[in-house]
Design a binder for this molecule. Structure first.
Ligand code: NAD
Length: 494
């Protein structure tokens, strides 16, 4: 009998733990060992219906949207602190369920979203009302009227949040925290590969006594996701995942005209000018395809390198990557864990095949590592002399694969970076930071880091995609405002 990594074995709906009508359970496996970590409940239409009723009732009739910002913030702070108190349990779950290395689980996959949550709590307490100018207007009777107004921010309503498998806890928090902080109610549907990282959040919400229906968690696959995008009871869909599913969600939610926040895929460029610090650039290049086994939306997987230094770069990068320890993610020394499932490894192998057929040069990798028969491991794989128009350079592999291509002028580098259907992130390395800044202005992506940026994901920085990488912005003040409707109220004096 496998024991569950969470205490309750139901879905969380209307403040209750609910056994799905179908009694269906899914075996959730550890991608590093293929061992079952627990049996997760699988939701269906009945549970979606109940969750939408609960979220609607909590929004229309419950206390949550009606609390003062101060009262709501106090509860959100309690929620944050209770999650922090479970840090160790949550990090173990991130390792076992998502296959993240311990180092990643402790930092980017846990503390970064907790910092973002704290930012949202603090920011939601700030005055959300702005004054309109006082205006004098003539009236029908000839006397002058004096009036003004304000804009206020109100919650959108019932938000459905649909999240992917790669940074499950992070993505769940990045949606729940701003939505709840602004007074919305939420139905969260995690990836079917990573349900426990959502259910553990519900467990903590329950412990702190979040009012019933404010946060609901329904697990399941695409059918549950679909039902959370086309129902009249939903006001907004916030989605993180692939561009293909994002496009489906736009279609599914169009008849009911939902507000949409879409954070989608990427194929980000790392531009390395001839005057770059090659060592630092190569560290970024290494992170760009080994972090979380390449399963990151904003990772730099297209390395666009000045031809005068390209061979040196490839040499340095491949030497560095050879030292990345692949294997058991729970070991603090491990630099790269597994892919999420066999299907994802098949996808990686498919793209590596395309690369080999295209005539690009395989510098390293291109196979499964020896001695790691259990688990979905794959070697970091680097191709040089890649044609930017090839499928390998254009499509999101979502695995440990990077391509290197050369350029001679800055214009050419910008053109190559922008020759992509995606526009999520990007990086530039150069000792001429003024030129790097001018180049950053021309790159059509939501974020560009110059020489590694500030070294961390700032909670103040809005984040999101141009082109097929998404619509709208998460994080920062803009990310908080995304979960609000703006209302104007006017009044006249006298
Ligand atoms: P996915 O698009 O396959 O699935 C994401 C979620 O959508 C899952 O919960 C899934 O069950 C659900 N879903 C599937 N079909 C649906 C439908 N028709 N209607 C509603 N929901 C549906 O993504 P994935 O494979 O879990 O994650 C990887 C993708 O996520 C990559 O493309 C990656 O770039 C992207 N991602 C983007 C960001 C970002 O911030 N831009 C962050 C992380 C991941």
């Amino acid at each position: 009998m496998v024991s569950s990594p969470v205490k309750n074995d139901g879905l969380y709906i209307g403040g209750e733990w609910v056994t799905p009508a179908t009694q269906e359970k899914e075996e959730i496996i550890n991608p590093a060992t293929q061992e079952i970590i627990g049996l997760a409940p699988v939701g269906g239409m009945k549970e979606v219906d109940a969750a939408l009723n609960a979220a609607n009732d909590a929004f229309r009739n419950g206390p949550w949207p009606r609390l003062s910002a101060k009262e709501r913030t106090a509860k959100m702070q309690e929620f944050h602190d209770a999650l922090m108190a479970r840090a160790e349990d949550i990090q173990e779950l991130i390792i076992a369920e998502a296959g993240a290395t311990r180092m990643l689980a402790q930092t980017l996959q846990f503390y970064t979203p907790m910092e973002h949550m704290q930012f949202f709590i603090d920011a939601s307490l700030q005055n959300q009302t702005t004054s309109l100018p006082v205006e004098i207007t003539p009236s029908m009777t000839g006397e002058k009227l004096l009036g003004g107004g304000v804009t206020v921010r109100e919650p959108v309503g019932v938000v459905s949040a649909i999240t992917p498998y790669n940074f499950p806890y992070f993505m769940n928090i990045s949606k729940i925290a701003p939505a709840l902080a602004m007074g919305n109610t939420v139905v969260l549907k995690p990836s079917p590969f990573t349900p426990f990282e959502a259910l553990i959040i519900a467990e903590v919400a329950d412990e702190i006594g979040l009012p019933p229906g404010v946060l609901n968690v329904v697990t399941g696959g695409a059918n549950v996701g679909r039902a959370l995008t086309d129902d009249d009871r939903i006001d907004m869909v916030t989605f993180t995942g692939s561009d293909l599913v994002g496009a489906s969600i736009m279609g599914q939610s169009a008849p009911t005209l939902k507000r949409l926040l879409l954070e989608l895929g990427g194929k980000s460029a790392l531009i390395i000018r001839q005057d770059a610090n090659l060592q630092q650039a190569a560290i970024s290049g290494m992170i760009g395809f080994t972090l979380h086994c390449g399963q990151g939306c904003a990772l730099s997987t297209r390395h666009i390198v000045h031809n005068s230094i390209r061979e040196d770069y490839v040499q340095l990068l491949s030497t560095m990557v050879q030292h990345v320890k692949i294997g058991d993610p729970s070991d603090l020394q491990t630099g790269m864990g597994p892919l999420i499932r066999e299907s994802q490894r098949d996808r990686v192998e498919h793209y590596v095949g395309i690369g080999l057929e295209s005539g690009a040069d395989l510098v390293m990798g291109g196979k499964r590592p020896e001695g790691l028969e259990n688990g979905f491991f794959y070697e970091p794989t680097l191709f040089n002399n890649v044609d930017n128009s090839s499928a390998l350079a254009q499509e999101e592999v979502f695995g440990p694969v990077a391509v290197v291509m050369g350029f001679d002028t800055d214009e050419e580098a910008i053109q190559l970076a922008n020759d992509s259907r995606y526009g999520l992130a990007g990086e530039i390395y150069s000792s001429d930071v003024g030129t790097a800044y001018e180049m950053a202005l021309q790159i059509r992506t939501g974020i560009v880091h110059i020489n590694g940026g500030a070294g961390k994901m700032s909670s103040y920085a809005p984040y999101g995609g141009f082109k097929r990488s998404g619509i709208g912005r998460e994080y920062g003040y803009e990310g908080l405002a995304a979960y609000t409707e703006l209302k104007t109220i006017t009044f006249h004096a006298g």
